[in-house]
Design a protein around this ligand. Sequence first.
Ligand SMILES: NC(=O)c1ccc[n+]([C@@H]2O[C@H](COP(=O)([O-])OP(=O)(O)OC[C@H]3O[C@@H](n4cnc5c(N)ncnc54)[C@H](O)[C@@H]3O)[C@@H](O)[C@H]2O)c1
Length: 255
Amino acid sequence: MRFEQRVVIVTGGSKGIGAGCVRVFAAEGARVGIIDRDAAAGQQLAEELNAAGPGEVQVVQCDVGDAAQLQSAINQIATTFGQLDCIINNAGIHPPATTIDDTSLEMLDQVMRINFVSTFAGAKFAVPHLRKTRGTIINVSSMTAVLGQEHSTAYAASKGAQLSLTKSLAIELGKEGIRVNAVLPSNVDTPLMREWAATLPDPQSALKRVADLQVLGRMASPEEIGRVCLFLATDDSSFVTGQGIEVEGGASLDY
Ligand SMILES: NC(=O)c1ccc[n+]([C@@H]2O[C@H](COP(=O)([O-])OP(=O)(O)OC[C@H]3O[C@@H](n4cnc5c(N)ncnc54)[C@H](O)[C@@H]3O)[C@@H](O)[C@H]2O)c1
């Protein structure tokens, strides 16, 4: 019950890594607000977890790319639950692989808006609530922020922007007792990963190739990322701020 009596918002919490976070925090007694454009999937998850307890999960439908919607969703959850202790800025997209020649500036705009601007905005709108609880901000970035990724320039740049935002915001908010960290997963078995594999001629061997990139020989589960977020949201990590925690199963070793 490490998050009992506390409140966390998870953007993109209906599926994938976000859903893994929701499961981990709800199991620790948290009150969880899911912000997601797919409210139906979020509702299904909320019903399952509310029946299981001990946490409580509510869903607000919202496109995080729309700042006004995001601000009102964050305020609604903080008001309903009476406080906010953590926001996990996780919602994100990965467009299909393209060269720089074939990446339109409209696509770049969209990727930056959903992956980065929403992270900035999520933090900005959560801070007034987090000041009252000396809470935490967790940004779900990616190992592509530090390693790059071929034919994914827009995506990797959006993830790098999340990481530098994390460091600067940690400096700004440290004296107020608000810690800001990022999580950098390598490869996680999520709907996003499987949708990507499905665009390739042989999805099963593509998923095997991706699993083999980690020295552990497999992808992470969404809950494994959720448990690192739980660490960053609790006093177990009370002296950790401004860090990009690489949760990558050894993917960057043995170059
Ligand atoms: N899967 C991986 O291997 C991996 C690796 C590194 C980083 N990440 C990052 O983790 C985050 C989650 O990825 P995932 O694999 O779980 O993706 P996913 O597609 O499986 O799930 C993403 C969730 O976010 C929601 N979402 C997407 N766009 C939204 C929007 N505009 N407004 C509201 N909700 C929106 C979706 O509805 C979905 O519920 C992303 O930021 C991604 O960049 C994923």
